[in-house]
Design a protein around this ligand. Structure first.
Ligand SMILES: NC(=O)c1ccc[n+]([C@@H]2O[C@H](COP(=O)([O-])OP(=O)(O)OC[C@H]3O[C@@H](n4cnc5c(N)ncnc54)[C@H](OP(=O)(O)O)[C@@H]3O)[C@@H](O)[C@H]2O)c1
Length: 445
């Protein structure tokens, strides 16, 4: 592995050098273990501790199949899906691997007693399988996390509709929180050359998701002048949604839970920020009863900030706790677009506000290759910036996932894999120089 790291650090990117590098028999990877899937039974979600379930193991290198690539991972990032995997909620991800394994002999490789997690990476291609012509050893890449087979007609207008659509490193094995990763070649995209390895690895999953959810015609189709309510506006998804709203000439109304988080939204350029903790909203009176007066109080606060405008779009992901309020505050004819349910997936809302006011709820999930590519291109062109706050070592992924689970983080949390230290990997310093302050906005926040 040291030879691979040295080759990457040397700056040589020739195909010959990388194609001739020996791939070791095994590599270090962050895993959960199948025989531990019941370890948190009986505990409340917030007490389940990813530090206990995430391991750093030496694992064998998987066989390379057609259309695939093995990438040397310089850096990766924590996504909430690794939190879900590590606490075995809402289901153990070994069920995904078993089901995938039954679909083909090649997919069978994924059905193992350990699951290598992680859905983001930046690194360098080491090997490509038969049928791969767009990428070659030595290419600097980032990977998006959409894994599709495309053997059925359904996915050919929008690959997210493929019946064999999976999230790499969550519903498949051999993810990015490791020294090597196995991806389909159509997950690869060029690494932005003005970013460090850890900066380049951090936007992928959330940036692509926010792009489809908010910008794409498959999502809310945001336009110039829209008012957009963004939950968790300094978090993973929200920090990209906020930047996209600002860059599109829309007005974000950012919801956060502390003054520090409010400050970071303002540093991104947002002017309208609601601290939900300071306002003390209690949308639920108890486990089963919502309080519409609190929806109204929240809506009144939004109008106070916007000068009377209700949101054209509500960017939803907290789920059960906020969904009733989200449906209520969207403007007549407005759109609630949801991609998650962090606080619970059995949503309740008052349907009278939806149908009488002709609102729409849109479900959105990750992004197709084209959308992921466009989202990465925004980063590459310096129109949207990484929101990396902290970087951990591979050994400390348990702690990193714990911090995200406990909502102690800002923006994105990065992880170094083969990169020996942060700050490496910039090959276009002239492009970076004018963007430096924006790239570093979330640093150490
Ligand atoms: N479908 C997909 O493709 C997709 C892709 C990415 C993520 N997701 C899912 O989306 C969710 C968020 O992901 P993320 O990466 O943005 O996570 P994140 O970095 O933890 O940010 C989420 C933010 O939501 C806010 N939040 C959490 N619980 C809340 C609640 N009960 N009420 C109001 N706000 C709450 C928090 O902000 P404040 O405390 O500051 O308000 C938090 O920072 C996760 O469940 C994740 O699995 C889905």
């Amino acid at each position: 592995m040291q030879a691979i790291r040295d080759a990457i650090l040397s700056g040589d990117r020739s195909q010959e050098t990388f194609a001739n590098l020996e791939i070791p028999q095994s590599y270090r990877a962050v895993t959960v273990h199948k025989d531990e899937a019941g370890m948190f039974e009986g505990q409340a979600s917030r007490d389940k501790d990813p530090r206990k379930s995430l391991h750093l193991d030496e694992v064998p290198v998987p066989e390379l199949g057609p259309g695939e690539a093995i990438v040397a991972v310089m850096a990766s990032a924590i996504n909430y899906n690794t939190v879900w995997t590590s606490i075995f909620e809402p289901v153990s991800t070994f069920g995904f691997l078993e089901r995938y394994g039954r679909t083909s002999p090649l997919a069978k490789r994924h059905d193992l007693p350990y699951h290598i997690v992680g859905s983001d990476l930046s690194g360098v291609v080491l090997r490509t399988g038969p049928g791969v012509h767009a990428w070659k050893p030595g290419d600097e890449v980032v990977a998006h996390c959409l894994s599709v087979e495309l053997e059925h007609p359904d996915g050919h207008n929008d690959t997210m509709l493929d019946p064999e659509q999976r999230i790499w490193g969550f519903e498949t094995n051999f993810g990015g929180l490791a020294e090597l990763a196995l991806v389909k070649a159509n997950q690869l995209m060029p690494k932005p050359d003005h970013l460090t390895w850890e900066e380049a690895a951090s936007p992928g999953l959330v940036n692509s998701t926010a792009y489809r959810q908010l910008v794409s015609r498959n999502g809310a189709g945001m336009k110039l002048g829209d008012t957009v309510l963004i939950w968790g506006a300094s978090g993973g998804l929200g920090s990209y949604a906020t930047q996209m709203a600002l860059a599109s000439g829309a007005t974000p109304v950012c919801v956060v839970s502390s003054p520090d988080k409010a400050d970071i939204c303002k540093a991104m350029g947002a002017e309208l920020v609601i601290d939900r903790n300071a306002e003390g909203y209690k949308f639920w009176k108890d486990e089963t009863t919502q309080d519409p007066r609190e929806w109204k109080r929240f809506g009144a606060k939004i109008r106070e900030l916007t000068g009377g405008k209700d949101p054209d779009i509500v960017f939803e992901h907290p789920g059960r706790e906020t969904f009733g309020a989200s449906v209520y505050v969207a403007r007549k004819g407005g759109t609630i677009v949801t991609c998650a349910s962090t606080s619970g997936f059995m949503h309740e809302y008052d349907n009278r506000y939806l149908w009488m006011n002709l609102k729409r709820i849109i479900g959105s999930h990750f992004a197709n290759y084209r959308e992921a590519f466009e989202a990465n291109d925004l980063i590459n062109r310096g129109l949207i910036h990484p929101t990396l706050s902290r970087t951990y070592a591979l050994e400390d992924v348990g702690q990193a996932a714990y911090d995200v689970h406990r909502n102690r983080h800002q923006g994105k949390v990065g992880v170094l894999a083969l990169a020996p230290e942060p700050g490496l990997g910039v090959s276009n310093p002239a492009k970076r120089a004018p963007l430096e302050a924006a790239i570093n906005r979330f640093r150490n926040a």
